[in-house]
Design a protein around this ligand. Structure first.
Ligand code: SAM
Length: 216
């Protein structure tokens, strides 16, 4: 698929929309302005790629709304070299935003179909992440600890395993609530096993499934 002037123009427009909704981090806005989101869409849906909306990607899942991706990424305050665990690989779009900001990305997906598709699609686009198939509600203990963890599906509660897998001063960005709406939380692990909790506004995510998520 090509990345035409028309696509680039639509992307500039999308950046304006995301900025107008309150995103200030220029690095995050630059990443949104650079990544060809239409590459993640089936041919029939390409015209919708630069709307600020979530869209179906198969297996009953969605590529998140660009504003939501930008909001979560801004909360992570990504520094080059940060080791970040993403729960919910999905299309791989969020992984690419993190890679564009210089992070080392570990990403885990629960749906085999999406895991298989995305772990081949991203290298074809020139992006290198570490892909895993499994239940991310338990984190990815084999490669812990992480500087930052981002959960891109709505959780019923904060999984303890994710806090345990954070470095001291590391943070977890996670939407928590019921299956209809979730509050965005940022939890920072402080010295002496203390936690700082910050609460942001509501979002609507697909459910985080698994042992420490919603049961099927
Ligand atoms: N980050 C994705 C993107 O940029 O396209 C967002 C995808 S979607 C909003 C959330 C994803 O979380 C879905 O692909 C879903 O299959 C996945 N998911 C749900 N529960 C999971 C779990 N326990 N472990 C890993 N992934 C999970």
């Amino acid at each position: 698929m090509e990345d035409s002037y028309r696509h680039k123009g639509m992307r500039r427009q999308l950046v304006k929309v995301v900025r107008s909704k309150g995103i200030k981090d220029e690095r995050v806005l630059d990443a949104i302005g650079k990544i060809p989101r239409h590459f993640f869409f089936e041919n029939a849906l390409v015209e919708h790629a630069y709307q600020d909306k979530a869209f179906p990607i198969g297996a009953g899942q969605t590529i998140s709304q660009p504003y939501t991706v930008a909001f979560q990424t801004e909360l992570l305050n990504v520094k080059p070299g940060d080791k970040i665990l993403e729960i919910g690989t999905g299309s791989g779009y969020q992984s690419i935003v993190l890679l564009e900001l210089g992070a080392e990305v570990y990403t885990i997906e629960y749906q085999k179909e999406l895991y298989e598709r995305t772990r081949f699609a991203l290298p074809e686009m020139g992006y290198k992440a570490n892909f895993f198939f499994g239940d991310g509600s338990l984190g990815l203990p084999r490669f812990a600890p992480y500087d930052k963890i981002i959960v891109t599906a709505g959780a019923p509660t904060v999984p303890d395993a994710l806090i345990d897998q954070l470095k001291v001063n590391g943070c977890l960005v996670i939407p928590v609530g019921n299956t209809k709406t979730q509050q965005m939380l940022r939890l920072t692990r402080l010295e002496g096993n203390k936690l700082r909790k910050e609460v942001f506004h509501d979002f609507k995510f697909v459910p985080l499934l698994g042992d420490d998520g919603w049961k099927k």
